[in-house]
Ligand binder design. Structure first.
Ligand SMILES: [Zn+2]
Ligand SMILES: [Zn+2]
Ligand SMILES: [Zn+2]
Length: 150
């Protein structure tokens, strides 16, 4: 008689019970961690103490030890902040102030500085493109229109 090969068994991370591999409950944040049931997965999560979110400081119960943020949103913001913190400080291309760039391409210390530069180049280009005989709207022209309309 040929004995059927036994289904491979795993050991539940929480209750240490052996269970069949195909029934394993995976932890969404720890793919290597397996439980025999949803109840064990939940219980394991509950075991972790409340911590403060690394971004919003709200207290929450992490479902994995390495979790630092209460939500995906907070995690995204936190990761971006850490990334920025890792960038070296540089001088603003306009006011020369030292600032911490938001990304590796940042050239200006603030929105105000980048706006001044961009609008200056924008108007220069616009001026250059304009024909010289263009009529600018002035108060006199407006008055004329109103007089004609009246
Ligand atoms: Zn279990
Ligand atoms: Zn948070
Ligand atoms: Zn600046």
């Amino acid at each position: 008689m040929i004995r059927r090969e036994k289904a491979p068994t795993l050991c539940c991370t929480y209750c240490d019970r052996k269970f069949r591999k195909e029934r394993a409950v995976f932890d969404s944040y720890r793919s290597s961690v397996r439980f025999c049931s949803n109840a064990c997965a939940d219980a394991s999560r509950r075991k972790l103490a409340e911590i403060e979110c690394n971004w919003c400081n709200e207290r929450f119960r992490p479902d994995a030890k390495r979790r630092k943020y209460c939500s995906a949103d907070c995690s995204k913001r936190g990761v971006i902040r850490d990334m920025r913190a890792a960038l070296p400080e540089r001088h603003c291309c306009r006011c020369r102030a030292v600032f911490r760039p938001k990304n590796s391409q940042a050239m200006y210390c603030s929105r105000a500085c980048s706006r001044v530069i961009y609008s200056a180049t924008y108007y220069q280009k616009k001026k250059a493109a304009q024909p010289s005989n263009v009529i600018y709207l002035t108060a006199e022209i407006f008055d004329g229109w109103f007089k004609r309309a009246a």
